[in-house]
Design a protein around this ligand. Structure first.
Ligand SMILES: Cc1cc2nc3c(=O)[nH]c(=O)nc-3n(C[C@H](O)[C@H](O)[C@H](O)COP(=O)(O)OP(=O)(O)OC[C@H]3O[C@@H](n4cnc5c(N)ncnc54)[C@H](O)[C@@H]3O)c2cc1C
Length: 396
């Protein structure tokens, strides 16, 4: 055995795992198929890397077992992430809703921090090294990989699968973890794109397309959950933070509800306007709340050219319904090309929540996005990647 463990994937989880293992005096090798480590960290948060969230708890994660991640989050908290980054020269700045970004630095600095730490600790990151198979042998594992068309084999008693999820195939995302799991009869929870824009087709397509580029603060909800952030109209449907958030809870065929005025009541605003200036047109009132384009588009449903004093009770009820309960039936989502994360993955029932070791295959660990623990938008997914990487390192 040349090393204590082989880590497959130099993403957020694999890099954190290598660094933490190094602190404990363990020698690891990371095998990374890409030409450089941390490719997804580099594009995260629009290149600024929203690396954790101050509000993080298990509440902001979707998983077959809501309690599974508790142990990892107790072992590695948000404050551990913050101080780890600080000690290594990156202080955090909250943008909104607890989202922490590097202050005056960016995603490149985050990757550089991990690469430097790996170097200082003597942990090798071998790039352009795509793993083809992991075989159980008597005293551990044989990992076969190819690098520049030559095939190599490495052996270690422990192997960490940190190969991420399916989003952004053109960046080299693979289903390696899922394939390996199935080969070892490890259950995989059905996967799907999450934090992904939603599409609208058919008769409503044009209505949305005319609004492309318009953004509005909304409450977006379904029977399960609601989010208050902006939505963005696009040529093919809906995007923006609150749509990405609800997409993780949406299933094909379902509707979502959009409240276009979450903190006010349109019926009350109409009533007040009637009392002050009854001649005001409904369009004038709506133009105070929305872009001109959105008001015009709402004209498909509302009597924009009527003075508020002339609106009937039925019309006001209809306006109220349209503004506060705008029902959308998405045709689908934009798929893994545009998704930020993958929902589902390695069934948590197959793993120890304390160590993330596979119950059926001792010595094999799964961490990060390939596991059925999916965070909301806002730095939660990195918090899971760091925490799971830390936890695994404690057991190598
Ligand atoms: C556009 C975008 C923006 C995002 N922004 C944020 C954000 O701001 N905040 C946040 O919390 N989350 C964000 N995310 C999600 C976050 O990037 C992921 O949840 C996180 O990177 C998962 O870490 P990971 O280590 O599990 O996987 P990854 O970071 O995906 O790393 C997996 C690595 O494994 C390698 N690999 C795969 N198969 C093999 C193989 N067979 N052999 C060798 N190597 C292999 C891959 O090349 C990759 O480098 C964003 C995602 C996207 C797509």
């Amino acid at each position: 055995m040349e090393v204590d463990a082989i880590i497959i994937g130099a993403g957020a989880c694999g890099l954190m795992c290598a660094v933490q293992a190094g602190y404990l005096g363990k020698k690891v090798i990371i095998l990374e198929k890409g030409a450089k480590p941390g490719a997804k960290i580099l594009i995260s948060g629009g290149g600024r890397c929203n690396y954790t969230n101050l509000l993080s708890s298990t509440e902001q994660f979707i998983s077959g077992n809501k309690h599974f991640a508790k142990s990892a989050f107790n072992q590695w908290t948000v404050y551990d992430t913050i101080s780890f980054f600080e000690v290594n020269g990156i202080t955090g700045k909250e943008k909104t809703l607890g989202q922490l970004f590097p202050d005056g630095k960016n995603a490149k600095d985050v990757v550089a921090m991990f690469v430097d730490l790996c170097q200082d600790l003597g942990q090798e990151i071998r790039c352009n090294a795509e793993v083809d198979s992991v075989r159980k042998v008597e005293d551990g594992f044989e990992v076969e990989y190819h690098q520049h068309s030559a095939t190599h084999v490495l052996r270690a008693s422990k192997v960490v699968i940190a190969t991420g999820g399916l989003p952004i195939p053109k960046m080299g995302a693979t289903d390696f973890a899922l394939r390996l799991a199935r080969k070892h009869q490890i259950n995989v929870v059905e996967t799907a794109p999450a934090l992904v824009p939603l599409t609208i087709t058919g008769k409503d397509e044009e209505w949305y397309a005319q609004l492309a580029g318009n953004s509005v603060f909304c409450e977006v909800s379904n029977a399960e959950i609601s989010f208050e952030e902006n939505i963005l109209f696009t040529h093919w449907g809906l995007s923006g933070p609150s749509i990405l958030q609800i997409s993780s809870f949406w299933r094909p065929g379902q509707t979502i509800n959009i409240n276009l005025l979450p903190h006010e009541n349109i019926s009350t605003l109409i009533e007040q306007e009637r009392n002050q200036q009854g001649k005001t047109l409904l369009s004038t009132l709506l133009n105070r709340l929305y872009t001109k384009k959105l008001t015009e588009a709402l004209g498909k449903y509302l009597p924009l050219n009527k003075p508020v004093a002339a609106l009937t009770k039925v019309e006001i009820a209809e306006i109220h319904r349209t503004i506060h309960q705008f029902v959308v039936k998405p045709a689908g989502d934009k798929g893994y090309d545009k998704a930020e994360v993958m929902r589902g993955g390695i069934d948590t029932a197959e793993l120890s929540s304390k160590s993330l070791e596979c119950k059926k295959v001792p010595g094999l660990y799964f961490g990060g996005e390939c596991v059925d623990v999916t965070g909301w938008l806002g730095g939660y997914n990195f918090q899971w990647a760091w925490a799971s990487g830390f936890v695994i390192a404690q057991h190598l």
